[in-house]
Write a protein that binds this ligand. Structure first.
Ligand code: ADP
Length: 461
């Protein structure tokens, strides 16, 4: 039950609201009670002063004893008991209660020491007593008034009962309101969880519905949708990669199997066996290359690619590759030229950089007709080495230029496969360039040729 945010929110809301309400009610109760008591004291004192003034007129007329009795009668002191004293001697009292109260409170001697009114409470009888000393015609007098606190107690009691009954009711309403508000605010979360639960590897294309993209939950759903989109793309790329990989390996495997079946079906001459084994070896090489390329790309994807960095000269590396490529260009009748004069010192992974150059050269020669030319140029520009391999070959259609670096992508699948290409060559070129913090680009015109440019920043490591 406490695992639900809705319940926890409601409880927190109740706790905060309840504490505030209890604090506020306590404050209201104590301040109202004290105000009412002060008001009661003030009215008691006002009446005592009026009584004293009234009685003083009798004193002026030297009619003290009679005046005291008349004052008490004429004041018509409703619900109040009154008594008048002269020098501690009782002149007149409206009831015995007041004299008893004055005696038990022992206020009279204390009151007459000063001229300030004195108050006392008789908690047993629930009464309030005020004793007011005053002087008239040189004599010391005291007026005492005793009032019941029942009415005041009733007023305070009413306030308390309002608080006592109102507080739980307010808390109950607050709890219900808090619960409803929490439920309403968390409704999108429930909807999103239900939708998210239904999304699996098979329906990764589905998205969460976002009612308000600007609120917190909407933003969360947006982020979740973006993650789903990325996952969807990764899954799709992975699926395509797997499908393409198995497709690529199926052809050489079929050739190897077919060749083995035919060879084993009958006795053959040594030359025929050699021929078969040559075919098997070529296909095994092709498979090894595909697997090695796939492994490099998969490692790079997983962030596990480790470059074996060493000091080398890029011009030497390019020249070596060109020399090796000559063996491919000459039989085909393609003129291969290169310019890699100046020493360009570089820190990089020699093997990977060689694969990059070889793949670019292989492609350039492969996609150039006999009689065509391939030119290789390596230059140094401030902090950059630029390798340009251009050919006068068949070129790449504009709509395919953006995709040639994709894995297993071929412009013309049947032709490339016949020539042994796996569609991974340029992916490795891009991987090599990027893992050395560089880039690779292509400009091509169908029928006129292509130019691949690799830029490698010097002094990165
Ligand atoms: P492949 O092993 O098929 O050559 P790559 O990844 O090396 O795979 O190249 C992808 C595709 O780009 C090739 O199939 C080819 O269609 C095109 N391509 C690459 N280099 C050239 C080039 N120099 N001239 C024309 N097309 C090229």
């Amino acid at each position: 039950m406490f695992n639900s945010i809705r319940t926890r929110l409601t409880l927190w809301y109740l706790l905060v609201f309840g504490s505030l309400l209890v604090g506020f009610s306590t404050y209201i109760d104590s301040s109202l009670s004290s105000d009412l008591r002060k008001q009661y004291d003030a009215s008691l004192l006002r009446t005592a002063r009026a009584t004293a003034t009234y009685f003083s007129e009798f004193v002026e007329r030297k009619n003290v004893a009679q005046g005291a009795r008349e004052t008490i009668l004429e004041m018509k002191l409703e619900k109040l008991s009154a008594a008048i004293f002269q020098d501690h001697q009782l002149l007149a009292a409206s009831s015995d209660d007041i004299t008893t109260a004055i005696v038990s409170a022992r206020l009279l001697p204390a009151a007459q020491q000063g001229q300030a009114p004195t108050f006392a409470t008789d908690s047993k009888m629930n009464e309030r007593l005020v004793v007011l000393p005053f002087q008239a015609e040189g004599g010391d007098f005291t007026v005492a008034l005793l009032g019941s606190l029942d009415e005041l107690g009733g007023q305070i009691g009413r306030i308390r009962s309002i608080i006592l009954f109102g507080l739980p009711a307010a808390l109950l309403l607050a709890a219900a309101g808090g619960f409803l508000v929490a439920r309403k605010s968390l409704e999108p979360v429930t909807t999103i969880s239900e939708q998210a639960e239904r999304i699996g590897a098979k329906n990764l294309h589905e998205r969460l519905t976002v009612s308000n993209p600007n609120d917190e939950i909407g933003r969360l759903a947006g982020i979740f949708n973006a993650v789903l989109a990325r996952l969807d793309t990764s899954f799709r790329v992975m699926r395509e990669f797997m499908a393409d990989a198995s497709h690529e390996l199926r052809t050489p495997l079929a050739i190897v199997q077919g060749e083995a079946d035919v060879t084993l079906s009958r006795e053959k001459t040594v030359d025929e066996y050699k021929q078969s084994l040559t075919i098997v070896r070529r296909q095994a090489k092709r498979m090894a290359r595909i697997v090695s390329d796939m492994l490099s790309l998969a490692r790079a994807d997983a962030g596990e690619q480790h470059l074996r960095l060493e000091e080398l000269y890029l011009n030497d590396l390019v020249e070596d590759c060109c020399h090796a490529a000559q063996a491919l260009a000459d039989p085909k009748g393609v003129r291969l030229t290169w310019e890699a004069g100046e020493d360009i010192s570089f820190r990089g992974d020699e093997e990977l950089l060689k694969r990059m150059a070889v793949n670019l050269l292989d492609n350039a020669i492969h996609y150039t007709q006999p009689g065509g030319a391939v030119n290789v140029k390596l230059t140094r520009e401030q902090s950059l080495a630029r390798l340009i391999i251009s050919d006068t070959g068949i070129g790449i259609p504009p709509e395919c230029v953006g995709r040639v670096f994709d894995r297993f992508y071929r412009v013309d699948k049947s032709r490339a496969r016949a020539g042994g290409g796996s569609g991974l060559g340029l992916s490795i070129v891009r991987l090599a360039a990027e893992s050395h913090h560089g880039s690779v680009d292509v400009v091509s015109k169908p029928g006129q040729g292509s130019t691949f440019t690799v830029c490698l920043p010097l002094q990165v490591y």
